[in-house]
Structures are given as structure tokens and as C-alpha cells.
Design a protein around this ligand. Structure first.
Ligand code: PMP
Length: 349
């Protein structure tokens, strides 16, 4: 039957190991203390909170986010995690040329989502070796696509594209430029302010990474009135749980924990980067909470990935990704786990 052709789509499949492992493949924030979570949960102890819907399209919550971001409430749109933001923005293309352009190598979801909607997903590669943007190529091809997706700082390369490059792109193409800032807080960087000056940029943010709240499924999009108007037409009215909203509001008051968590992560990341370098694994300098490193060949990457898994560490195998065929990506864990990880790796490579 024709409907079964959906089964030819690619999707995310989790390796099933069945024993205790360190999960260093999801880039969760492993640096927030238990006390942060206890303080948060004390805000949600009223069990009846789960009785309620949120207000349709979350106007009051958007206002709170806007105050935190110092933007107009009308330019913030709450989503159920960055992935929902991505799905909604990619849905714009269903009503246009049905084409999106992705700066690769990058996060897999934009391509998976676009293809799941029957859209065409084309790519422009980062420059080999430096992982910088190829602006000429993006501007040449961008205009014939509804959306250009780029992730800044980029996953999995961990590097940052400059705001000058992004502003140049936004001002030279009419397509909607979607900037995925899932990891931006780790780099203390943002181009959110560009959404005031340009109609064709949408910035996706999430509480899943630096805020350590992946399980709540809350993120937001900051964009022009026009983009927000489009999002309102595509969104489900009650897209996040009421309880998640209450917890995020509390988290906004606990920002100091997040800032300290970032500082601690950065100090471990720097030590880990140096150790990986000493092992000859050529880590890509990262401004995020993960490090991607080169193992030497695709075959070796597969072997080291499997061996790490056997010894209790799950990392992301990037061997299917263009320009990262010999790479593995590891989430920065607290120092004691980082030390175990590095000494395990020493025994493998
Ligand atoms: N964008 C990027 C680049 C990511 O790595 C992730 C998390 N894997 C997301 C978006 C989505 O995260 P969430 O839906 O939890 O906000």
C-alpha cells in the first residue's frame, strides 16, 4: 500500500546495550547539582498542577521569557523543545518551494524532519579543515530555498560562526534563516538581537542543554512578527505541559546555578581537549559541552565506538556524517568521569 512508503524514511535508532553505561551521546548538561533540581521541584510539588492545560499559545509564559531575554513578548514563541521549533519552522516550506538548505555537517533532525514531510533537503558543506561557513555558496543557492538551517555553535563540530557572517547571510538572501542556538549559552553567545532588524531570521533556543532540563521539553523561538505569526498558525495550542512551564519559570530564578555549571564544564572541557590532543586524536576546539575528535579513519571510528560501548561509555559515532567520517563526539562529563573516559580511551587507541 502507498502509505507504507513512510517506512523508507530514516529515523533515529538508539543502540540498546542492556547494562549500565555513561551516556555521553546526548549532550545533556551533567554539571548541575542535585540541589538545583530539588529547588526546582519544590516549585511543582502541588500534585494538582497536572490537572491543567497551559493558556493556548502560552502568552503569559512568552512574556516571562521575553523579560529574561530583553525582547518584546510578541517576538517569542514557546515550543516543546528545540526539535518542535525546528519542525514548525520547517513546516513553513510545505507552503512554499518545498526546499530547505542545510549547512552540513550538522544536527541530523532538520534533514530527518524535512524528509519526513516530503521536502527536498539540499546541503552546503562547511569548509574542509576549518569548518567555517561557505558564504558565497550559501548566498548562491539560498534564494531558491524556503529555509536555510544553520546551527551556531554547530553540532557536531562545536565551533562558532561569527555574527558578522550570519548578518551578512541574513541581509543577502530573502530565505528564512533558521539559527539553532541549542548550545549558545555554553558559548555565552547569541544573535537574538538580529531578530529586531531582520524579518527573515528565526533563532531557536532550548532549556534542554545549559539549563539541564531536557526532560521538561521546553524551548522557544525568537523572531520577527511575521515569523511568529506563521508559527501561531502551525502550532498546537497546548504544546507544553503546565508543570514544565512552572518549573522553567522557577529555573529562570536559579540562573546562578546554570552560570556556575557552565564555568565548571568549561574547565573540564579544556582539560579533556588537551588530553585528547595528547592522544593524537585531533579534537576540534569546542565552545559547547561536547567535543568531537578525529580517530583517523571511518573504520577506526567504528572500532573505537564499539570498544568504548563495551567498556561502558556511549559516545556518538559520526562516521555517517560528511567531513566527520573518522569522528566520535563525546559530552563533557564531570571530572571524575572525564578521567575514567580518557584512561579508557588511552587503552583503546
Ligand atoms: N538542536 C540541536 C543542535 C541539538 O543538538 C538538539 C538536542 N539534541 C536540539 C536542537 C533539540 O533539543 P530539544 O528538543 O531537547 O530542545
Amino acid at each position: 500500500m502507498p502509505w507504507k512508503s513512510v517506512l523508507s524514511l530514516s529515523f533515529y535508532e538508539e543502540p540498546n546495550v542492556g547494562y549500565k553505561v555513561y551516556r555521553l551521546h546526548f549532550n545533556e548538561n551533567l554539571f548541575l547539582p542535585r540541589q538545583y533540581y530539588e529547588k526546582l521541584l519544590s516549585a511543582a510539588l502541588d500534585p494538582e498542577l497536572i490537572r491543567y492545560y497551559t493558556e493556548p499559545l502560552n502568552p503569559t509564559f512568552n512574556e516571562a521569557l521575553a523579560r529574561y531575554l530583553n525582547v518584546d513578548a510578541g517576538n517569542v514563541f514557546t515550543v516543546a523543545g528545540g526539535d518542535e521549533g525546528l519542525r514548525l519552522l520547517i513546516q513553513f516550506a510545505l507552503h512554499g518551494l518545498r526546499k530547505i538548505l542545510i549547512v552540513e555537517p550538522t544536527y541530523s533532525m532538520p534533514r530527518i524532519l524535512a524528509e519526513s514531510m516530503g521536502l527536498t533537503a539540499n546541503q552546503v558543506l562547511l569548509r574542509d579543515g576549518t569548518y567555517e561557513l561557505n558564504l558565497e555558496e550559501l548566498i548562491r543557492l539560498g534564494g531558491s530555498h524556503d529555509i536555510i538551517y544553520l546551527c551556531d555553535p554547530n553540532n557536531p563540530t562545536g565551533n562558532l560562526f561569527s555574527r558578522e557572517d550570519i548578518e551578512y547571510l541574513v541581509s543577502h538572501v530573502d530565505s528564512l534563516i533558521v539559527i539553532d542556538e541549542a548550545y549558545a549559552e555554553f558559548a555565552r553567545f547569541s544573535v537574538i538581537d538580529l531578530t529586531r532588524d531582520y524579518e527573515n531570521i528565526a533563532v531557536i533556543r532550548t532549556f534542554s542543554k545549559a539549563w539541564g532540563l531536557a526532560g521538561l521539553r521546553v524551548g522557544y523561538v525568537v523572531a520577527s512578527d511575521t515569523v511568529i505569526d506563521g508559527l501561531k498558525r502551525l502550532s498546537l495550542p497546548h504544546n507544553i505541559p503546565y508543570t514544565s512551564m512552572v518549573l522553567v519559570l522557577r529555573a529562570l530564578e536559579l540562573r546562578d546555578y546554570v552560570e556556575r555549571g557552565i564555568d565548571n564544564m568549561v574547565s573540564v572541557r579544556d582539560i579533556m581537549t588537551k588530553s585528547l590532543d595528547d592522544l593524537g586524536l585531533n579534537p576540534i576546539p569546542s565552545v559547547t559541552n561536547f567535543i568531537t575528535f578525529h580517530v583517523g579513519s571511518q573504520e577506526k571510528a567504528n572500532g573505537v565506538h564499539e570498544e568504548l560501548l563495551r567498556r561502558g561509555f556511549v559516545v556518538r559515532n559520526l562516521s555517517g556524517k560528511v567531513l566527520c567520517e573518522d569522528c566520535l563526539r563525546v559530552t563533557v562529563p564531570p571530572m571524575n568521569v572525564a578521567e575514567m573516559f580518557i584512561s579508557t580511551l588511552e587503552n583503546i587507541v
